[in-house]
Ligand binder design. Structure first.
Ligand code: 3PG
Ligand code: MG
Length: 396
């Protein structure tokens, strides 16, 4: 790992441009999940306590290079002040006179949030001139936004090459957790991959079969693998055009010595709604007028057995339609097992990706996992084995 941490930087009296990801869910002007804000607190606190001037750079939503008032970062200011436990100044623009005046007004140890970087087209274009304008505001750059590191944008990529750069605490924590999970893990390694579609996770599955000992496939995407084996999956969500691809992934797994676990029994229903009448059948007995909405008890028992034999778990995506009860049962049971083994010190468990965190929270076990990433898309790209541009740019 070539990157520096903030411990290796001299920050006292410096203007520190800190890229954070505070792209949090907001409803009616209120932040509904402040996890990402809470997780940047150690970095902000450390820099401020060392006498650095903390200048937060961030995006919010996708304004596509225009000023969209509803996407102003000002709306997260109250949550930011509350979670950081500090006063946070705000500048109406992230470059130019407004930004410069706000930076000039900062005393050592104070915190400033600059307006949405994506209000400028240069941000997503990774434009060198825009990056220069950002660099002009600081002496040092710290990237604490692992969850935006899959974007090669001016504030995540180009800027890192213009100023002395370091990884923030959260960035460093994410990278070391991920390294433990897939880079250099204790074996055996189990990956649990769920979610609706194979098509969004092809590269990920293809990479994982090379790296893990057991791959559990759940959720809608498992149906495509079952169909590839010639099973009738009835009205289930299934990408029939990808059964050939599913076969290729299964063949690659066999060649690499990776065991794929597919559902053996399934919970089926005739309607996709909470509380729908349902039954457990063997996967091969799925009625042609029904859809598979969860892994059955026998499938879950096999997942649990795999977890018991594993030393490391990496988890992305639910095993069933966990957002509608009772089809959350398989996901919840497997997540609880992983949590129990982790608490007992028998398993290193790392999870990430939007739905995954929601599922673990619903199961009440997120705190018991060894590590829960703040990243959605970045976690997936990392599981695909890609080098994330924001991480690469921090390299020595
Ligand atoms: C996210 O929420 O996944 C990150 O903040 C990146 O946002 P984006 O998907 O709009 O680039
Ligand atoms: Mg995203």
């Amino acid at each position: 790992m070539g990157w520096k941490t903030i411990d290796e930087m001299d920050l006292a009296g410096k203007r520190v441009l800190v890229r954070v990801d505070v792209n949090v869910p907001v409803e009616n002007g209120r932040v509904t999940d402040a996890t990402r804000i809470e997780r940047i607190r150690p970095t902000v606190a450390d820099i401020a306590d060392k006498g650095g001037k903390v200048i937060l750079l961030a995006h919010f939503d996708r304004p596509k290079g225009r000023v969209v008032p509803e996407m102003s970062l000002r709306q997260i200011l109250p949550a930011l002040e509350e979670k950081l436990g500090r006063k946070v100044a705000f500048a109406e623009d992230c470059v130019g006179d407004a930004a410069q005046a706000a930076v000039d007004a900062l005393a050592d140890g104070e915190v400033l949030l600059l307006e949405n970087t994506r209000f400028h087209a240069g941000e997503e274009k990774n434009d060198p001139d825009f990056a220069e304008k950002l660099a002009h505001l600081g002496d040092v750059y710290v990237n604490d936004a692992f969850s935006a590191a899959h974007r090669a944008h001016a504030s995540t990529e180009a800027l890192a090459r213009l100023l002395p750069a370091a990884a923030g605490r959260l960035m460093a924590e994410e990278l070391s957790a991920l390294e433990k999970a897939l880079g250099n893990p204790e074996r055996p390694v189990v990956a649990v991959v769920g979610g609706a579609k194979v098509s969004t996770k092809l590269d990920l599955l293809s990479n994982l079969v090379e790296k893990v000992d057991t791959l559990v496939i759940g959720g809608g995407m498992a149906n495509t693998f079952l169909a590839a084996q010639g099973l009738d999956v009835g009205k289930s969500l299934c990408e029939h055009d990808l059964t050939g691809t599913a076969k290729e992934i299964a063949a690659k797994a066999a060649e690499k010595g990776c065991t794929i676990l597919l559902p053996r029994d399934v919970v089926v229903a005739r309607e996709f709604k909470a509380g729908a009448e349902n039954e457990v059948v063997k996967a091969e007995d799925t009625p042609s007028d029904a859809m598979i909405l969860d892994a059955g008890p026998d499938s879950v028992a096999h997942v649990e057995m795999a977890l018991e034999q594993a030393k490391t778990l990496v988890w992305n995506g639910p095993l069933g339609a966990f957002e509608i009860a009772p089809f959350d049962r398989g996901t919840v049971a497997a997540a609880r097992k992983a949590a129990e083994l982790t608490r007992a010190g028998k398993l290193i468990s790392v999870a990430g990706g939007g739905d995954t965190v929601a599922a673990l929270n619903a199961a009440g076990v997120a705190d018991d996992f060894s590590y829960v990433s703040t990243a959605g898309g970045a976690f997936l790209e990392w599981m695909e084995g890609k080098v994330l541009p924001g991480v690469k740019a921090l390299g020595a």
